[in-house]
Design a protein around this ligand. Structure first.
Ligand SMILES: [Mn+2]
Length: 325
């Protein structure tokens, strides 16, 4: 039995001013955990919730989202914190610009995460790669003190990271915790409608353009798609609206590695997905990270060069049979 939750509970009990940190380019897991902890700790304490990037529109149904500050906004506030808790961030870089500066103001830093890759930080650093979402760990931490707001936040954390319980990371524990959260007031249909069944027109216009670039190798085992800055402009889509597009490539029968290349000013953000290969290792070979079936990296290269490099490596990765389990 892990002692990490107990250690973090003791730290929370002793701390009056607490900083909670999500990772940059936030997803449902990191935001759900941030807000769940925020709701849990708020009574009787001064809690500051931060994320390097603004909360995407998609997650603005989560109770308390409007109290999340950017790292820069928090840096403008005076004072120190007795405790920082980072959620779902596999290394310090994931906290984004200003993240480390904020941690320098905290007497103690704890981390709760489920990524197997990355240079862990924090004391304690509670990392459980068996968890489908960091939300499972935060659930365990809160010992059943689950209000409807917390239930909504944690259910969203879990359901997004396990793709509605469809991904390989879904376990009996994932489902058992989700069940408890529904009992505590989370609305599975309402959350699924907002998170999975609702898209802006701009987002579909963006997808239309991205799908037009879809390619697979002759053997059909490697598939990829591009998202360029020009497409975003044409679709009038914002930065967050390409989320999840890589899954369309992953869906193609026979594709073992699916890649999305996202052009982003002078860099290319690369997302990897696989049904059966360890793409965490593939991303790590480019200095990135993530999980076995979902990972990513960032290359400071023009799109064409980044593609050439990544596709060649992915191709030999498939041929080398880097199966993992
Ligand atoms: Mn996560």
């Amino acid at each position: 039995m892990s002692t990490y939750p107990q250690q973090i509970r003791e730290l929370m009990d002793r701390s009056m001013r607490i900083l909670l940190l999500a990772h940059h380019n936030p997803d449902g897991d990191t935001l759900g955990c941030l807000l769940a902890l925020g709701h849990y700790l708020a009574p009787g304490r001064q809690v500051t919730m931060v994320c390097a990037d603004p909360v995407p529109d998609l997650y603005k149904f989560l109770p308390g989202w409007d109290r999340v500050l950017t790292n820069q906004e928090a840096l403008a506030l005076p004072g120190e914190y007795q405790l920082a808790i980072a959620v779902d961030a596999s290394d310090l870089g994931r906290l984004g610009t200003g993240g480390e500066e904020l941690l320098a103001r905290c007497h103690r830093v704890a981390s709760i995460d489920h990524h197997a890759t990355g240079e862990a930080f924090g004391d304690p650093a509670w990392i459980d790669p068996e968890a489908a979402a960091t939300g499972e760990l935060v659930y365990e931490l809160l010992l059943g003190a689950i209000t409807p707001e917390i239930a909504t936040a944690l259910y969203t954390a879990i359901v997004t990271d396990c793709g509605s319980f469809r991904y390989a990371n879904t376990t009996a524990r994932t489902l058992a915790i989700a069940s408890k959260l529904v009992e505590a007031g989370a609305d599975p249909h309402g959350i699924a409608t907002v998170v999975f069944e609702t898209r802006s027109l701009a987002s579909l216009r963006l997808l239309e353009q991205a799908l037009a670039t879809l390619q697979v190798t002759d053997d059909g085992k490697l598939g990829w798609m591009d998202l360029t800055e020009e497409m975003f402009q044409k679709a009038q889509a914002d930065d967050t609206q390409g989320e999840g597009f890589v899954n369309y490539v992953r869906m193609i029968r026979g594709v073992r590695i699916a890649i999305l290349f996202r052009e982003n000013s002078q860099k290319v953000r690369v997302s990897f997905r696989s049904q059966d290969l360890d793409v965490g290792k593939l991303a790590a070979s480019f200095g990135g990270g993530g999980h076995m079936r979902a990972s990513g990296c960032e290359l400071p290269l023009p799109l064409a060069t980044a593609k050439e490099k990544v596709l060649a490596t992915a191709q030999s990765f498939i041929e080398g049979g880097h199966g993992g389990t």
